[in-house]
Design a binder for this molecule. Structure first.
Ligand code: F42
Length: 148
């Protein structure tokens, strides 16, 4: 099911602008993180409490059509809000460049998390520094195409 409803843009200006550019260009512009040149995806999710539609840019960690969503928030000591949103409403939409599809998110643990963490750090090395300073185990979700 598509994620529909009232859209609430991010309160952070740079995040909001990235989403606007990414979606406004059909996934051909604004698809990398600032000056790193590393690719970003946009996850459309639903607020755990409000039910509002939210859009969250994340680093692109892809393997064979599945994606990791890493709740690093720059190594902050608390989980981002979207962590709670994905736990409550795992049905999301993922835009990767021009392609968009419905996915289901589940939080990983144990060896599965370890495998995807390795892939995440390979895609975006600063995740390792974020983990070192976060003082929490950074959650990793696996996003898989809805319906298998
Ligand atoms: N964040 C990451 O955690 N990992 C990444 O890999 C990542 C990459 C990235 C690349 C580009 C870019 O532009 C941003 C990137 N970010 C990355 C930042 C990411 O997009 C988020 O901005 C960041 O993780 C913070 O997420 P957040 O969900 O905490 O966002 C805050 C600022 C926010 O939007 N808060 C809103 C608010 O009004 O305060 C939303 C609150 C919300 O979701 N409320 C829920 C609701 O029901 O509506 C309730 C939540 C609950 O706890 O029940």
């Amino acid at each position: 099911m598509p994620v529909e409803g009232e859209y609430e843009p991010s309160p952070r200006q740079w995040v909001r602008e990235q989403v606007e550019r990414y979606e406004g260009s059909g996934g051909t512009e604004g698809t990398t993180l600032l000056d790193t040149g590393l690719p970003v995806v946009i996850v459309t999710n639903r607020g755990a409490r409000t039910g509002k539609v939210r859009k969250t840019p994340l680093m692109r960690v892809e393997h064979e059509g599945r994606y990791a969503a890493v709740a690093s928030m720059g190594g902050a000591p608390v989980h981002p809000q979207w962590y709670h949103n994905l736990r409550a409403h795992p049905q999301v939409e993922l835009q990767d460049g021009p392609g968009r599809r419905e996915m289901v998110a589940r939080e990983l643990s144990g060896p599965e998390r370890a495998l995807w963490w390795e892939r995440a750090v390979a895609a975006y090395p600063p995740y390792a520094e974020y983990q070192a300073r976060a003082g929490r185990l950074i959650p990793v979700f696996l996003l898989e195409p809805a319906g298998g």
